[in-house]
Structures are given as C-alpha cells and as structure tokens.
Design a protein around this ligand. Sequence first.
Ligand code: SAH
Ligand code: SF4
Length: 413
Amino acid sequence: MRELAMLDPRGAARDPRPGLSGVPSVDLAAWFEARGEPAFRARQVEHAVWAGSASSAADLTTLPRPLAAAIDEAFRWSTVADDTVITADGGQTEKALHRLSDGTTVESVLMHYPARAGRRARHTLCISSQAGCAVGCPFCATGELGFERDLDTAEILDQVRSAVARLMRNELAGGKTGAAAERLTNVVFMGMGEPLLNLDRVLESVAALNDPSKLGLGARHITVSTSGVVPGIRRLTALGPQFTLAISLHAARDSLRDVLVPLNRRWPVAEVAAAGRDHARATGRRISYEMTMIGGVNDTDADADAVATLLRGDLAHVNLIPMNPVAHTPWRASEMPVIERFAARIEAAGIPVTIRRNRGVEIGAACGQLAAERAGAPTAPAVARRRQRLEAESAKALHGERSDEPVPAGVEP
Ligand code: SAH
Ligand code: SF4
C-alpha cells in the first residue's frame, strides 16, 4: 500500500497517483476505454466516489476484482486523511484537520444550522484552497503561517467528500447533532488560502461541485471569498456567474487596508471596489463585502463613512464579523454596540448590512481563521516584536499614512 503520509508525516514525497475526484470525467472515461472497459464503468466509479460510503475501489463489490485493483493502483480514492475532527458549539461546528500525502495539513470546518421557522436546516462547509497564504493579513492565523503550496483540485474536493461522508455517518448514527440527517447545502471557500491565487484549481473544483453527476450543488450555494486579487475578479467577470463572490474589505481607506490586507499595496481599495462593481453589474449578482471588526482599529465612524462612500449605489451587501482572537496580534474584536453603530451608519447610506457571529471560537475553527498545527510556535520575543510592529503600523494608518512596506511576495497571479 502506498500510504506515504503514514510513513513520513512531514516533507514526504507526494503520492504521484491523481486523486479520483479531480480527474475530469472525460479523462476518466478515456482511461477505462483504453483498458477496453465499457463506458458505464467510468460513470459507476464516479458515482461511487461522490456517494461517500466506499474508501477504495476494492470496496465496490460490483467491480471485477482485477479492475478494482487497477483503479486503486492508478488513482487515489481520496487525497486527504482526516486526522482529527474536533467539535464545538455543542456539536454544531466540526473542524477537520486533513493530512495530505506530502505531510502538509489543511483544515475545513463544517457548520450545522438547525431548521428554523420556514427555513430548512443548512450544513455549510468552509474549505481551504491553499496550504498557508501569501497575502499575510495580520489578524489571520493562516496569514501568519505564510504560503506553503497550492492545493490540487482533488485536494480541494476531497475536503468536501470528507464532510459528505461524515454527514452520512452522523445520519447513520441517529443524527448526533440533531441536525445532520441531511445533505451538504453550502460550500464556502473561506478556509486557508487565497482562492483567486489558485483560480484554475478553484474553478475546476466549483465545476465538479456543480456537476449533477458529482455533488450537484447549485452555484448559488457556493461562495468564493477573495482578499482583492483584481485580475482574478476580472477573469471571473468574463466567465459569468459561477458562484457568489465575497470580497474581504476590512477597511475602505488605503492607509489602513495596506496594513490589514497587505495586497492592498498592489491593488488599492478603489480598484478592488471597481472590479466588484463591474462584476455585480455583469452578473447581476450581489457582492458580499466582509469586514472583520477589530476594536479601535477599523470600527470608527470615519471607517463606516468610508465604506458607505465606497459602496454607495453598488449591488453590494456588507457582512460585519467580530474578529476572532488570534494569539499573535495586539487586537481584540470590536464591542457589539460599536459594531451595531457601524452597521447603522452603513445602512443609513442604503447599503444592506448584517452582523455575523463567528462559529467555533473556542476551537479556533472560525472560518478563515485556520492554521493547521505546525511544529515550533514563534518565540516570545518574536511575538512581542510582531505586536509592536502591528500597533505602530495601525496607529500610523489611522493618521492616513500609506504603508511603505513592500507588496508581499507571491501575490501576483
Ligand atoms: N483569503 C480569502 C479567503 C479565506 S479568509 C479572503 O481573505 O477572503 C476568509 C475570511 O475569514 C476573510 O474574510 C477573512 O478576513 C476572515 N478572517 C480571517 N481571520 C479572521 C479572524 N481572526 N477573525 C474573523 N475573521 C477572520
Ligand atoms: Fe490569506 Fe484570507 Fe487569511 Fe488574508 S484573510 S491571510 S487573504 S487567508
């Protein structure tokens, strides 16, 4: 068996066999055809891959044994191993730590929302598109890790398959969470990484999630969040509506956004909003602007007014999310009354706004706050230096000075 991850958990060579979920249907069909197998075999295997109960081709009793062995020899049934699943919020939030074949780890978060008056239960999965992230937003645990590597299509999709399988097991176990006896309803690319810096793979993944013979999830139930990679947004606009686009705004003033979203030094906020506006116009789909609310940093009246000025008249919606505490920053979430005041000022400008409570705070499973455990935490002096630097930078930014720090390496698509 080629379980490389089990032999050497970090830095192992990647298993060269492609993950089955990432193989386009035509290529899979061609593989079977080349072996002289009937065409229905490819569909049968594809169906089993997405049905969620098998863990290798060998589990499929309907396949001839030599064929099953050949499939397992050529492909990986899954590219992720669920090393740990931690639950919080009374079972309503599950964080899964996935180990990839080269020992890299990424995380996904499954959130159960019970049925409420007139609304069906929802099960939303937040997935990672990269291991680590090059953008380096200082309030984000993934950003602190730095960039490790892009995930391939199967590695993105297999996080989804893992959640589908867990939902099925919950159901079989009698609905442990009380809300799990249903299918996955939403997928959000808000885990580790910047999806628009791995856009080809993200688009392939979305196509598979959409495909009725695979997951069959409607485009309206898929959200991709970007920190503002303008060329990526423009590319999506040219493709037409594929999913809901969320843009992580965090600040509408360049000086502050330079600090909070370092790629603002490359694509300033007005360019990001212009790309968002064009996207909304071309697709007819509202853009969701996300703001992580940080006490005394981006929650002032002046910031609210800047957001209102930036987005006034746009097909946009603003989502305010209290910052989840991340160990190595000097910052805390804004107080709720401050967030409510901020929301009211934006709403007064005619822009719809909602305040979202984060899930899984106690297990560090808030979507977008993921940083798979790594060896060696930074030393205390390094953390103190980082805090001091962030305090100085954000204080400078509040006075309107632009950052003179370089654009982070690796953010050009
Ligand atoms: N890189 C993309 C998608 C992943 S991050 C992006 O930045 O949009 C997904 C969301 O989680 C972003 O809106 C991000 O700002 C938010 N996030 C990151 N760290 C957070 C924290 N500590 N508290 C609250 N939200 C956070
Ligand atoms: Fe990357 Fe998004 Fe985290 Fe910023 S918030 S560092 S873009 S994952």
